[in-house]
Design a protein around this ligand. Structure first.
Ligand code: HEC
Length: 155
């Protein structure tokens, strides 16, 4: 009982962040938290790989779309920590998060800080409209996604 109450409190704190990302309402269970986290990641993936990458590689799409995607990505800043409440590691409800994430706070904080810095740089570059700046910033963004996945995403 006590554990349940504690977990509910953590979830409420977590959802204050993730709900803003995904637009979902208050989740009730670890399964819902994992689903919301995976949806938040899919939203990032769409911005980065469906919109930014074709523009950087082939000039496909539009600058306006890249700018919107960059703002979407930057809007996730400040919300990463809340995506990983304790009790949602690999083995729980389809989670692919390795348990080391909860044991390496300094490293996780660093990876999140790098991600947020690169997302902000991408937003600045997109607003500038300069193709070279956008290309450079895109490289930084993808590097940050990959660094965290290499550390904590189970494959
Ligand atoms: C701070 C660490 C971190 C950062 C930064 C990060 N991810 Fe993730 N990502 C994860 C972890 C951990 C998982 C596994 C989530 C789970 O299933 O519990 C994941 C899962 C995913 C998934 C799979 C989602 C699913 O449906 O199962 C995609 C797609 C993804 N991330 C894309 C991205 C993109 C694109 C970026 C960069 C813009 C990014 N991520 C940045 C840690 C991170």
């Amino acid at each position: 009982m006590r554990r349940t109450l504690l977990f509910t409190g953590i979830l409420a704190a977590a959802l204050a962040g993730s709900a803003a990302i995904t637009g979902v309402s208050l989740a009730q269970s670890p399964a819902d938290v994992v689903a919301a986290r995976q949806q938040a990641m899919k939203d990032k993936s769409a911005a980065v790989f469906r919109t930014m990458r074709p523009f950087v590689q082939n000039g496909a799409g539009s600058l306006a779309a890249v700018q919107a995607a960059a703002e979407t990505l930057a809007s996730h800043n400040g919300k990463y920590q809340a995506l990983w409440p304790r009790g949602t590691e690999l083995g729980v409800a389809g989670s692919k998060t390795r348990p080391e994430l909860w044991q390496q706070t300094d490293r996780l904080n660093q990876l999140i800080a790098d991600m947020e810095r690169n997302a902000s740089a991408m937003a600045v570059a997109a607003r500038s409209g300069d193709a070279g700046q956008i290309r450079t910033a895109f490289g930084g963004v993808v590097g940050s996604c990959n660094a965290c996945h290499d550390a904590y995403q189970s494959r």
